[in-house]
Design a protein around this ligand. Structure first.
Ligand code: BDP
Length: 717
């Protein structure tokens, strides 16, 4: 009996220890096991001097203590003043003594308000490490960066880091509804427990803020872009205020989505016309009411006249009228309006890929100073691969912010391992040529191309109340990588993958190298088994789970996969060249010509821009049909290789996370085959050709795949 009880207790403890690992994300603070590294840390980090006493500074101090005690087994002596050497001195510029301030003057000149300095200095011949910035939140960023140095086992000798975020707004967009369902969420329900707020503060709110601060995220939009006006009522604002209070010391501002028709729905006005004085007044008063509660409220995110959401066009006005009216309301308080450019209309027969540009580009220079236009990375909708959105670089007088999707709506939900920073990097590196060679999307986004002051990157969150936050343990890397790229859009995704692996799992080189390669490859794998060679939007209806290239019966033509692949006896692909819809003309001439010409169009984008015959010869000499089929097969093979790599990682990973990933990879493998077989069987009806030898034969019929239904797939409202 006793021994049974003991076994039970042991299991319970080991289960919770393991579950905690999942929960702790990249802030594991694993014990430093490399003896050389550990002894270097111990001899260089002997005391901690914390200057200042704000809540933020207390958080920074606590973080350092946790980091030290977990990673090194003891906390260096906490001192009230700088005595002796090898101290870590933590505090903002104004709290440093004159000598240190002087020593760091040129470093302070290099950083912006959110930037930090981590530097080894010698004062009166005594070696010290200073972690500082212009305010306490910047110091907190510095502390997290310093702990990352320890987590990744890098040297703490001769530190000389001055790093600032390159964008102002680094923000998560939660598509969370007030009933706690999450649109396109695959990690459980919303974190925000509106029923228990404002009085009950879930520990997860604090952990959420801490985690975001650790990667420099400084904003969060709590509510879905398909907005509910109720969030703007006093009953809910009181709850929002409670969350804002939790997030504030971590440097995170709260934003809300503004439903354009709110003045009617909760304000009993007859109209929401942005030129109506009563409406303008309503928003002004509403903003004042919000700022009274939340003085650092960030502002509004708006989806207007898009997919049925109300907007200024309901009143014969345009996006500029709508955005500027809201901008005026929040301007006195320093708020911003993030106005989304994700628009396309069922009344517009033009290529959907062209519609946002056609509508928004002429508005360049017309928005108020505190408006930033939020543009998805591609012109359709977060597909596994899209060429960059033509609006980037095309609105020199308007700040544009990037919208990435971290949640994997079109990339296998939270069951597929796909490392998204690779996708993000591909977009950010794309050259728009709008101001000559080197006019990359990253330079548009960080404002350096056109000297915009307001800059930002948004990521549609993949976070829910699952124990591990993101559903898939590796989806945590996408949250992490988003934050790192929002801070610095020029970071290499390989560097990000490596940092994340070291902080999340292990510093063992035998683990890092193969698993990092697996992550990097995972993005191309998903493209290959879902939408190779520029195919896009061929998923099943509504839930977007699994393949549905046959779907052609939806009321809006541009919702049908057949609209996008246009497969017929002659070939496949969407002709967006000059002889087709001429979507290429929305890019700068250099880019337009590149895409327009079959010879120069990158094959990864081929079927995005061209309708080509099944016998078209690819660069590798294969016909298009064979090449397409082989790509689908390659995707499946890549998943198999990912499984092999993971199986060899067993000894470096705790058993719970190891098994989770193993099971998920099995699902991914099954679903990769499903995509391959369903798509190839469907397209084969048009090509009329046999599958090439190296492609495995489908084990089910096309009719079977078409019959699959998923009435309760998650994320589909
Ligand atoms: C699509 C999603 C839909 C979102 C929409 C948007 O399917 O749920 O509301 O984008 O971004 O990707 O507004």
């Amino acid at each position: 009996m006793t021994s049974l009880r003991f076994v039970f207790l042991f299991l319970l403890i080991s289960f919770s220890a393991s579950a905690q690992k999942d929960y702790k994300l990249w802030l594991q603070y694993n014990t430093v096991t490399n003896p050389t590294v550990a002894s270097q840390y111990k001899s260089n980090l002997k005391g901690i001097v914390v200057l200042g006493n704000s809540e933020t500074i207390r958080i920074a101090e606590k973080e350092l203590k946790t980091g030290f005690s977990d990673m090194l087994g003891n906390i260096p002596e906490i001192k009230s003043e700088v005595k002796g050497e090898y101290n870590i001195i933590v505090g903002s510029q104004s709290n440093l003594n004159a000598e240190i301030k002087n020593e760091l003057q040129s470093d302070f000149d290099k950083i912006n308000n959110e930037g930090f300095i981590i530097k080894s200095i010698s004062i009166k011949n005594k070696k010290q490490i200073v972690i500082t910035g212009k305010n306490d939140v910047a110091v907190l960023y510095g502390v997290f960066h310093f702990l990352r140095i320890l987590q990744t086992n890098k040297s703490v000798k001769n530190l000389n880091i001055a790093d600032s975020p390159k964008t102002n707004i680094r923000i998560l967009n939660h598509w969370d509804n007030l009933d706690r369902t999450v649109e396109r969420g695959y990690a459980g329900f919303s974190l925000w427990n509106w029923q228990k707020l404002p009085d009950f503060i879930d520990q997860r709110y604090i952990d959420y803020a801490r985690t975001n601060a650790s990667i420099g995220i400084n904003g969060t939009v709590l509510t879905n872009v398909n907005a509910n006006a109720l969030i703007l009522t006093p009953q809910y604002l009181e709850k929002v205020e409670a969350l804002a209070n939790v997030f504030r010391p971590y440097g995170i501002k709260v934003y809300l989505t503004a439903r354009f028709s709110a003045p009617i729905e909760i304000g009993s006005l007859k109209t929401a016309d942005p030129k109506d004085p009563e409406v303008m007044n309503w928003w002004k008063n509403k903003s004042a009411e919000i700022y009274k509660r939340i003085p650092d409220f960030g502002g509004f995110l708006v989806k207007a006249n898009s997919e049925g959401q109300p907007g200024p066009q309901n009143y014969g006005r345009n996006h500029v009228d709508g955005a500027n009216m809201l901008a005026d309301a929040v301007a006195p308080f320093g708020g911003v309006v993030m106005w989304r450019a994700f628009v396309y209309s069922e009344h517009d027969a033009n290529d959907r890929a062209k519609q946002a540009y056609t509508e928004f580009q002429p508005y360049d220079g017309k928005f108020k100073e505190n408006v930033i236009v939020q543009v998805k990375n591609g012109a359709i909708d977060f597909q596994p691969r899209e060429p960059f959105h033509p609006l980037f670089g095309a609105m020199p007088k308007t700040p544009l912010m990037m919208e990435f999707q971290i949640t994997q709506e079109y990339l296998g939900f939270s069951t597929h391992l796909v490392f998204l920073p690779k996708l993000f990097q591909e977009v950010l590196e794309s050259d728009t040529y709008q101001k000559g060679k080197g006019s990359t999307v990253a330079k548009v986004v960080d404002g350096t191309l056109y000297q915009n002051k307001l800059t930002g990157i948004a990521g549609v969150a993949n976070i829910g109340n699952d124990l591990n936050w993101t559903g898939h343990p590796f989806a945590q890397a996408n949250w992490y990588g988003f934050g790192r790229l929002a801070w610095n859009p020029y970071l290499d995704s390989e560097v990000i993958a490596e940092e994340w692996l070291r902080s999340t799992f292990s510093n063992d080189e035998n683990f890092i190298k193969p698993v990092k390669d697996m992550m990097i490859e995972s993005r191309e794998a998903v493209v290959n088994y879902m939408t190779p060679l520029g195919l896009h939007h061929i998923m099943d209806t509504g839930h977007h789970y699994g393949p549905g290239p046959w779907v052609s019966n939806l009321s809006r033509p541009e919702w049908n996969p057949t609209y996008y692949h246009k497969a017929d006896k002659n070939g496949i692909g969407f002709d967006r060249s000059k002889s087709g819809t001429n979507a290429v003309s929305q890019y700068a001439p250099e880019v337009a010509n590149l895409f327009d010409n079959l010879e120069t169009c990158p094959e990864k984008d081929l079927l995005w821009f061209h309708h080509v015959s099944w016998d078209y010869k690819l660069k590798n000499g294969q016909t298009l049909w064979n090449g397409l089929a082989l790509k689908y097969q390659e995707g499946v093979n890549q998943v198999r290789e990912m499984q092999n790599v993971w199986n060899k990682a067993e000894k470096y990973v705790d058993s719970e996370r190891f098994n989770e990933v193993k099971m998920l990879l099995e699902i991914q493998h099954k679903e990769a085959k499903w995509w391959r077989d369903a798509c190839l069987l469907y397209f084969q009806q048009f090509s009329g050709k046999e599958l090439p030898e190296r492609v495995e034969k489908p084990t089910q019929t096309l009719e079977y795949f078409k019959s699959l239904k998923f009435p309760f797939a998650p994320g589909n409202g």
